[in-house]
Design a protein around this ligand. Sequence first.
Ligand code: CU
Length: 259
Amino acid sequence: MMFSVDSIFKPVATPAQSVYDLSMLVLGICAAIFIVVAGLLTYTIIRFRDRGAGDGREPAQVYGSNQIEIAWTVIPILIVLVLTMATARVISAVQNKQTPPDAVRVTVIGHQWWWEVRYPDLEIVTANEVHLPVSTTSQPRLSVLELQSVDVVHSFWVPRLAGKTDVIPNRTNRMWIDPAEEGTFLGNCAEYCGTQHANMLLRVIVESAPQFESGRRSKSVKRPCRRKCKRGARCFCHCRASAVTRCPEPQPVGRSVQT
Ligand SMILES: [Cu+2]
């Protein structure tokens, strides 16, 4: 199966849409600056080119023009101010989002080199696959992801849903998404985490509310793992296609620094 990460230019969740809108604003401002600078440069090169008939004298040297000094100080300050304020607004809107009580809670744990996905309220564990309900305007449904790592720094990134969030040992980072479309959204680890980093892929499967509920009921049937977890596999044992039930608790997050 082809597995390529989706485009950031087709956002389907609010955090990704905010990042996309901000990128377009930054791109627009940068494009305008480029056009003005490149236009003036081109005009100057053509208009004042050496026509071979000059008398060899230097053109008039202009020093200390207050208007020019003010213009090239104030305009860049205003541009930086607009970019800073717009970025701060998006960061604060994404980070300070209130979590409603009916939000789907998911704990994603980064391992070298796979993702363990736990649903603490549903007693389901999956690997490399996050199942979430769709969020529509009539039935908004937020999904909150708590990100942890058992070994090194990873980064959780599903471009069509949200920006990257680092997954750091001994720390829980949070992110939220409200996918507005059903489907499978591809992502991967976005922080080099060892030799198999490129294979640390993940997929987020967004389902309709009834589909999510029925999947949740069938997956959360309690039955012990028939196969024993292999050494080193910790709590991922493949009892079913993607759902694992009644596995041991995860190991404490992070490695001891004591020797
Ligand atoms: Cu990784």
